[in-house]
Every structure is written in structure tokens, then in C-alpha cells.
Design a protein around this ligand. Structure first.
Ligand code: SAH
Ligand code: DHB
Ligand code: MG
Length: 226
């Protein structure tokens, strides 16, 4: 991808967020705290975070499941869209990331709405099913990409008709079209595409995105059958 184009995508994200309110002080503080703690800057962008927020508003979500918390930037966007009694369960492998996220969520005033479960997401998902948790209204998958098919399968167990499932980073600069890439993340995402494509219970597409975080995209699926 040419440098000039990437610069323009970042500039346009700047225009979008300068004209339509996006990041307020709490979201900015979360990004700063992540940086100070040495977390990688791989949060969703502001317009992507707001898209998640909009999806939660559109669906009237009360129960949200997130796989991959990092510092809780996307979690804040999701939690803020919920009714007073709404909750987010967010799954994170790294105790350090979870600790940073806990502080960011509390500082943003949404701490009481969010449960962070620390551990490998596949184990936490199994535990959620065992606990009889769910169904969730909106599920955002954004952890280790090699496990994307595993996460979609658990998401389906924790869903109902109407549940919206969003998977982040499914395009990765177009690398998703590479067969036998030898990259476990790309292979995982491709296996997820095939699973979603074959799965009769969902209606889905993928949307390519450009912006300050480069060229990537989301899979968006709605559970339409059981
Ligand atoms: N959703 C966040 C970004 C998440 S980055 C945002 O947009 O703000 C991906 C996160 O997934 C990282 O914090 C990483 O530690 C976590 N992760 C990686 N492998 C995992 C696993 N097996 N189980 C749970 N979390 C995992
Ligand atoms: C990576 C992970 C993400 O969730 C993301 O949005 C961007 C990058 C990564 O692991 O590189
Ligand atoms: Mg992501």
C-alpha cells in the first residue's frame, strides 16, 4: 500500500473525529494509560470503536461479550452504549492487560458494568457456557486470530437468534486472500471465513476498512437460525 494513501486514510480519520465527536477525555486517557504501561497500540480506531458503540445501540444490547480486552478501549465504547442494567463480559489472557483495563474502565465510569475474566479465552468461554451465561446480544471477537474459528464456535453456543457477532482484523492488508501463508493468524482467519460461510445459522458478510489503523476489516454476522 502506498504511503500517500495510508497518510490520507489517517487524515480522513482525523477529519471524521474532528467533525463528529468521538474520543472524549476518558477514552483519550485510556489510550495514554495503555501507552504508559507499554501495551501495544492495537486497540480499534476511534471510528471503529464508535461503530461497535452504534451496533450496541442499534441492537439495544444489554449483554455484550468481548474476546480480547487489551486496555479496555473497545470495552469502554461497548459499555457506554448499554442501558443502566447492561453488562459486558470481556476475556483477556494477560493479567497485566486486564489490570490496565480495570483501571481504565473504572476511570471512565463504566467499571461496574464490566466483568473481566482473565485466562485463555477458550477456557473462559467454556466456563461461561458451564455457568449458564448468555445468551449475549452482541459478541466482539478481537483476540489471537489463530483461534478465530474456535471463538466463533463458542460465540454461537452463547448466542440466540438476533445476536450480532463481529470479528476484528479479518483483512490484514489483504493478506487474508493468501493460501498457505504459513501465518497462523491468517490461517485462523481463513478457517473462520470458511466456517462462517458454511454455517447455516448465520447471515454474514465482511467489510474492508481503511483508516488510521491501516487496511483491515470486520466480519459481521447475525444469528438468523437455530
Ligand atoms: N479489543 C481491544 C484490543 C484487543 S488486542 C481494543 O480494541 O481496545 C488483543 C488482546 O487479546 C490482547 O490484549 C491479548 O493479550 C489478548 N489475547 C491474546 N490471546 C488471547 C487468548 N488466548 N485469550 C484471551 N485473550 C487473548
Ligand atoms: C493486532 C491485533 C489486533 O486486535 C488489532 O486490532 C491489530 C493488530 C496484532 O496482534 O497485531
Ligand atoms: Mg483488533
Amino acid at each position: 500500500m502506498s504511503k500517500a494513501k495510508e497518510e490520507m486514510w489517517g487524515e480522513v480519520d482525523g477529519y471524521i473525529t474532528a467533525t463528529i465527536p468521538h474520543n472524549d477525555s476518558a477514552l483519550k486517557a485510556a489510550i495514554e494509560a495503555n501507552h504508559a504501561a507499554g501495551l501495544p497500540a492495537i486497540d480499534v480506531s476511534a471510528p471503529q470503536g464508535k461503530l461497535l458503540h452504534l451496533l450496541a445501540l442499534i441492537t439495544g444490547a444489554r449483554r455484550v461479550l468481548e474476546i480480547g480486552t487489551l486496555g479496555g478501549y473497545s470495552t469502554i465504547w461497548l459499555a457506554r452504549a448499554l442501558a443502566a442494567d447492561g453488562t459486558v463480559v470481556t476475556l483477556e489472557f494477560s493479567p497485566k492487560h486486564a489490570e490496565v483495563a480495570r483501571k481504565n474502565l473504572d476511570a471512565a465510569g463504566v467499571g461496574s458494568k464490566v466483568e473481566i475474566r482473565v485466562g485463555a479465552a477458550a477456557d473462559s468461554l467454556e466456563q461461561l457456557v458451564r455457568d449458564g451465561q448468555g445468551p449475549f446480544d452482541l459478541i466482539f471477537i478481537d483476540a489471537d486470530k489463530k483461534n478465530n474459528p474456535v471463538y466463533v464456535q463458542w460465540a454461537l453456543k452463547l448466542a440466540r437468534r438476533g445476536t450480532v457477532i463481529v470479528v476484528d482484523n479479518v483483512i490484514r492488508d489483504g493478506k487474508v486472500v493468501e493460501e498457505n501463508s504459513g501465518n497462523a493468524d491468517i490461517e485462523g482467519t481463513r478457517a473462520m471465513f470458511e466456517l462462517v460461510g458454511r454455517e447455516p445459522r448465520v447471515t454474514a458478510t465482511a467489510i474492508q476498512t481503511v483508516g488510521g489503523k491501516g487496511y483491515d476489516g470486520f466480519v459481521i454476522a447475525v444469528v438468523t437460525g437455530d
